[in-house]
Each structure stands twice: as C-alpha cells, then as structure tokens.
Design a protein around this ligand. Structure first.
Ligand SMILES: [Zn+2]
Length: 116
C-alpha cells in the first residue's frame, strides 16, 4: 500500500486516506493557446515507468493538495512537497537520483542555471 506524508499536517497517510489528482506540474494553456496545445494539456500524459510526479489530496485529513515524487515501478516514495512548489526539492531529487542514477530532472537545476 502506498503511504505518503502530507507536507502540511505531517500525517503519514495511507492511500485510502488520499485522493489522486493525476500528473503534477502540468503547464496550463491560456486563451492564446492553439487547439493542439489545449488538446495536449487535456489528454497527453507522460505515463512514465520510473520517477513520476503526482498530485494528491489529503482527503480524509487536512484536505489540502500536495505533490509526491515516486517510482511507478517499485512504488518507492522519494518525498512529498507543497503544491505551490514549482519543482521537487533538492533532497527529493537526490533521493530519486540515488534510486535511479540514470534519471535527470526535466527542469533546470540551480547548478546549471545561467547567471546574468
Ligand atoms: Zn494533511
């Protein structure tokens, strides 16, 4: 059974106490977007075998939405973080890289950021 720690109230909640919300970090398409972009936003999902980021709601607890990083193949949870966070925290990335060294985040890392 999947057990996630709610980053708001700190409770270790079992899967039955949570409501799934699908893939995390989807880029929303505004009114200026094309039909293809909107279709992609609505229907296209990564469906990854490996490191995956998901939305969950602590439905039978504090009721808040949060994000979780886990391995869809092994069910290993790398960590949870607040829904307002743009990307997983460095410690969660480190946990994921330790379990899956071949995995690299698909967002720019602080060490790779262009300064200036
Ligand atoms: Zn909670």
């Amino acid at each position: 059974m999947l057990t996630l720690t709610c980053p708001y109230c700190g409770v270790q909640a079992e899967e039955t106490e949570l409501a799934p919300g699908g893939e995390a970090h989807l880029k929303r398409i505004g009114p200026a977007g094309t039909a293809e972009e909107f279709e992609g936003y609505l229907f296209a999902r990564k469906n990854i075998k490996g490191v995956h980021f998901e939305r969950w709601r602590h439905a039978y607890g504090c009721g808040k939405w949060f994000l979780a990083a886990r391995d869809t193949q092994t069910m290993q949870v790398f960590g949870t973080y607040r829904a307002q966070t743009p990307h997983a925290t460095d410690d969660i990335v480190g946990n994921a890289r330790q379990a899956r060294p071949e995995w690299v985040p698909d967002w720019p890392q602080a060490s790779e950021a262009v300064v200036g």
